[in-house]
Ligand binder design. Structure first.
Ligand code: CU
Length: 664
């Protein structure tokens, strides 16, 4: 019998709407014909870059800033006119109907001042009935599965025979990526909730398995009980100033929920440098119209479209009676920055700060600034000065010819246009691959993205400066120093693995067996990563796959200690700051160090959203001191002196008992 997974959609008709390269497709049956938009037909650099405004607050009391933010369905001009507007989902303030957008308005926060957000799932129509997903949903993955009822939620579902897959009310839960959040405010994958719609079938689960527990915890801590169809989270902002972002995190549905649009920046500001040293300002609440911004977030995403201008995602629109099938990776055919394809930004002859975010599902970006949009190899004409990574400023500015950015990673950068003649046109180009990334150099180890389409991102048009630029040139910039983490109490040896699952190949996190081989584990296997509250740990992640995986830990910003065959190669200068998402290269050991100082249930996962949605995620439970750690791997520092200091060589092999021995 032919498994339905063998009938995996290989890509769109015509090949232009979606690229699922051979390395990704488990097998290659063509999809039923879908009239798809050829990305080469879309004119570039027509519309100006959108700069997301600051999110309107509903309250700014002495204690905290308060927001009520919903996810809604609306239409946005993503393609240039005369293409129609695209139906998308996005966040906005419920008190300001005009604030909804993709990306959403930016939440502007300050270190030390908490932010409370009530996140409302408003994926309902004007009558209050639920809206189905914009994209085909494979109901057979291990996912939220609301149709399974309370008994079978957060499990594998059944195909329901619809060519569009699951058509019921859509679960949502928001994760503030990179935040040092308490567990109840973290946006756990099983803390999802359906909209409070009129027509939710009575046998459906309306919340995920973790929702009630976190609702109680929040009520206990703050005396506020979540209303149906919503969750209220509090962000303490007790971390370094940095560039965070918020997006959906629903179990087994994140790839399609995020692809449909809901995402936004969260800029955590602070006093790490005096005002004016770095280029600014960024948008603030109640700015007068036509305020000039020199601190600009850039959310870079790849998207494909149907001929009607709707979002296209493969795996659906299939004639197969069982409905849509999960795809192991996805590359869109266009590049979208801040919600518009190939926009243009007029810059003055001065310095700009760009908060670069790779918001793609599974595309890796290799970015540079060039004078020629299509020449490859790209010839960079201006350095991109990296001043920060995911978790804050670097020890010192790092000039890059090319910036590598994996999904969910941020690079805080300065580009100096001061000496560029007015009238010059420059381009932000991308030489990452149109498909799975295994590391290496573009044009040598892999073909760079199509220079006519996905190899281009954004155009800069340089104009004369209208005022003085008080910011410090990046080559003279001194960044504040920050203490490093202390010695580790434990070394944990972990693995990234490739396994056959039916007729697909899926990627799994895991531990190591007693012979040092990868022992893959699924989301539902007993937890193995259970640090003790307050402990600092070194994680050695061995990648036994052919692909680069962006590994993301919730709760913490971590330090990178090393990579390479034994994990002893010193990190590149751009990786010497704090990170929440690290690239693990094939066959290498990626060593990181983190301190876990909040108790509770979290997760770590691959941030290729297709992988994350199909089991490449594991619990990360921080246990109170003295709690039992059944099945917990790792060695105490005393066992063979495995704890590694900063930047040291790979830790010595730990003594007996260092290999994890998970139960189950
Ligand atoms: Cu992965």
């Amino acid at each position: 019998m032919v498994s339905r997974r063998r009938l995996l959609a290989a890509g769109a008709a015509g090949g232009a709407a979606a690229l699922v390269p051979a390395g990704w497709a488990a097998s290659g049956r063509a999809l039923a014909a879908v009239a798809s938009l050829d990305a080469g037909d879309i004119p570039k650099y027509v519309a100006p870059l959108r700069i997301p405004p600051a999110m309107p607050a509903v309250g700014t009391g002495p204690e905290r800033d308060e927001y009520v933010i919903a996810v809604r369905q609306f239409r946005q001009q993503i393609l240039p006119r005369p293409w129609p507007r695209t139906t998308v989902w996005g966040y906005g303030s419920t008190a300001h109907a005009g604030s909804f957008g993709c990306p959403a308005p930016t939440i502007m926060a300050r270190v030390g001042r908490p932010v409370r957000v009530t996140w409302v799932n408003q994926l309902v129509d004007a009558r209050g009935d639920h809206l189905p997903h914009l994209l085909p949903v494979d109901p057979t993955l291990h996912w939220a599965n609301p149709a399974g009822g309370v008994e079978h939620r957060d499990r594998h579902g059944r195909p329901d025979g619809s060519p569009q897959g699951y058509r019921g009310p859509v679960p949502q839960v928001v994760h503030l990526h990179g935040a040092h959040s308490a567990q109840e405010s973290d946006g756990h994958s099983e803390a999802w909730y359906l909209p409070a719609a009129r027509d939710v079938p009575p046998d459906f689960a309306v919340t995920g398995g973790a929702y009630a527990e976190f609702r109680s915890r929040f009520a206990e801590r703050y005396g506020l009980r979540w209303a149906p169809g919503s969750a209220t989270f509090e962000y303490d902002n007790d971390q370094r100033p940095c560039t965070l972002w918020y997006h959906d995190h629903t179990l087994g549905l994140t790839r399609e929920n995020v692809y449909a649009g809901p995402a936004g920046f969260y800029l955590l500001g602070g006093d790490d440098l005096p005002d004016g040293v770095l280029p600014g300002p960024a948008p603030e609440r109640d700015d007068p119209p036509n305020t000039a911004y020199h601190d600009i977030p850039l959310m870079i995403q790849d998207r494909s479209f149907t001929a009607d201008g709707d979002l296209f995602y493969p795996g659906g629109y299939s004639s197969h009676p069982d409905g849509p099938v999960w795809v192991p990776g996805f590359s869109g055919s266009t590049m979208v920055v801040n919600g518009r394809t190939w926009p243009t930004l007029t810059v003055q002859r001065r310095r700009y700060r760009f908060r670069l975010l790779n918001g793609c599902n599974s595309r890796f970006l290799l970015l540079s600034v060039t004078a020629n949009a299509t020449a490859r190899p790209a010839r960079p004409v201006l350095p991109v000065w990296q001043i920060g990574s995911d978790g804050g400023l670097l020890p010192e500015p790092v000039p890059h010819e090319r910036v590598a950015l994996g999904p969910a990673q941020r690079v805080d950068a300065i580009v100096d246009f001061t000496d560029v003649p007015a009238g010059t046109e420059l381009y932000l180009v991308n030489e990452g691959p149109d498909g799975m990334y295994g590391g290496g150099r573009p044009g040598v180890d892999f073909a760079p993205a199509d220079p006519r389409t996905t190899g281009q991102v954004l155009r800069f048009v340089v104009s004369d400066a209208t005022g003085v630029d008080p910011s410090v040139p990046p080559e003279q910039l001194r960044l504040p120093s920050h203490p490093r983490l202390g010695p580790a109490q434990r070394v944990r040896r972990l693995s990234l693995n490739e396994r056959r699952s039916g007729d697909s190949t899926i990627m799994l996190l895991g531990v190591l067996d007693e012979r040092g081989r990868g022992l893959p584990l699924r989301w539902s296997d007993p937890p193995t990563e259970q640090p003790t509250l307050g402990d600092t740990e070194v994680w050695e992640v061995r990648n036994f796959t052919r692909h680069v995986h962006p590994v993301h830990l919730h709760q913490v910003q971590f330090e990178m200690l090393g990579r390479g065959h034994s994990g002893s190669v010193r990190p590149e200068p751009g990786d010497r700051g704090w990170m929440d998402t690290v690239l693990a290269y094939p066959w290498e050991v990626t060593r990181i160090k983190a301190r876990f100082d909040r108790p509770g249930r979290y997760a770590w996962h691959c941030h290729l959203l297709e992988h994350e949605d199909n089991e490449m995620m594991r619990p990360l439970n921080v246990l109170p001191r003295g709690a039992a750690e059944a099945g917990d791997g790792g060695a105490a520092a005393g066992d063979g002196g495995a704890a590694a200091g900063d930047g040291g060589a790979a830790s010595a092999p730990a003594g007996p008992g260092s290999a994890s021995t998970p139960t189950g």
